[in-house]
Design a binder for this molecule. Structure first.
Ligand SMILES: C[S@@+](CC[C@H](N)C(=O)[O-])C[C@H]1O[C@@H](n2cnc3c(N)ncnc32)[C@H](O)[C@@H]1O
Length: 355
């Protein structure tokens, strides 16, 4: 169970289960009603006109915005529950950091990217970079990210499986690893590979280190931004990332591609799992952009407008492929048409470092 080191009251568990139930209603039956109302063959303006005054659309938007806020800040929200436990949680991370200390390389002087600090990404108040309780809340919150998928963890395992099939890498950098979901999946699958996770958020790296130590996995965690990786040229044969690109403005994505190319060996695999190819044409984009605005994910919108294939090629990659990626067990309709349920447009983006 995630958040297992923090105390979670019965009330908080029940409250979060209610929020999940409501998210299922929002992403299923309610979504289908508003999609029907949106109409076909309209541009974004026409869709908005069709929906604007309808109370079902208003409730849809309200739930999309506020359920996420309630998740963190409500009476039994995750931060309400974990903030008073900061001292205990910080000690847990510090104690874990003392085990295999060589595997955790934090940089207290590292400057956080400006865009990273300005807003509360996906409405996590105060961000995930400063306190221990934020990392634990983020870990717990991640279990509710995809309300329609029965097994979110499956996503990271399948991504790791694809990376293995494509490259069987021996030395992997999982960038922007958070608390290590993909990183741990990679190391579990490839026990002989050297696996490194990097991120800007110190507490998340400490939690990833703790989880790796608990799982008996030898993973190195290094604090650095993807635009300025603290690794030598040509040092990895795969650079991976999950759910990173939609958190960065285009200029930062470009800089990160150049850095990824620099640290990859020629022929090395670049693989990102993110939200890019939005199914369902204009209606799909309308709801995707609406989610971006209502859930404070400002760069989701700019990402889908980017020519990622062209950017990768310009940064020195070849064999670029951009394909849909199935959400997971129980997910529906992973094709070019509008999905039957609201879902993130998971996309697998890969390329090879040009020799
Ligand atoms: C949505 S989380 C995904 C975490 C992890 N990859 C996963 O799949 O669970 C995005 C992560 O990107 C990190 N991040 C955002 N901008 C970054 C940057 N410029 N450099 C490094 N990490 C960054 C955040 O700290 C956060 O941990």
């Amino acid at each position: 169970m995630t958040g297992m080191d923090a105390e979670i009251s019965f009330e908080a568990r029940a409250y979060q289960a209610c929020i999940s139930g409501l998210k299922r209603q929002w992403s299923g039956p309610l979504y289908r009603q508003v999609v029907d109302l949106a109409g076909t063959n309209c541009d974004a303006k026409g869709i908005e006109q069709n929906l604007r005054k309808d109370s079902r659309y208003q409730v849809f938007g309200w739930l999309e915005h506020y359920l996420q806020q309630f998740k963190y800040l409500g009476r039994w929200g995750m931060l309400t529950e974990f903030t008073p436990q900061e001292e205990k949680l910080a000690k847990l991370l510090a104690d874990a950091a003392a085990i295999e200390p060589d595997r955790l390389d934090l940089d207290p002087d590292m400057a956080l990217p400006d865009y990273f600090c300005v807003g509360d990404f996906h409405q996590h108040p105060g961000g995930i970079w400063s306190d221990a309780h934020d990392a634990f809340a983020y870990e717990w919150g991640a279990t509710l990210t995809t309300p329609m998928s029965a097994d979110h963890g499956d996503l990271h395992d399948r991504f790791a499986g694809l990376v293995n099939e494509m490259a069987a890498p021996e030395n992997i950098l999982d960038q922007a690893c958070g608390f290590g979901k993909t990183t741990l999946a990679l190391k579990s699958l490839l026990p002989d590979a050297r696996v490194t996770g990097s991120d800007v958020a110190g507490p998340c790296l400490m939690l990833g280190h703790k989880r790796a130590v608990e799982a008996g996995l030898d993973i190195r965690f290094v604090q650095c931004p993807v635009e300025d990786l603290r690794f030598d040229d040509s040092s990895f044969d795969a650079v991976t990332g999950s759910m990173l690109l939609h958190e960065m403005p285009p200029s930062a994505i470009r800089a990160s591609l150049i850095e990824a190319r620099r640290v990859l060996k020629p022929g090395g695999l670049y693989a990102q799992l993110d939200f890019y190819d939005v199914p369902g044409g204009e209606v799909g984009r309308f709801f995707h952009n609406g989610h971006s605005a209502r859930n404070r994910e400002p760069y989701m919108m700019s990402l889908i407008k980017m020519d990622l294939a062209g950017e990768l090629e310009a940064a020195g990659f070849e064999d670029v492929a951009i394909v849909p990626f199935e959400e997971g067990a129980g997910a529906l309709d992973n094709g070019p048409d509008l999905p039957h349920q609201w879902r993130f447009p998971w996309t697998l983006i890969t390329g090879r470092a040009k020799p």
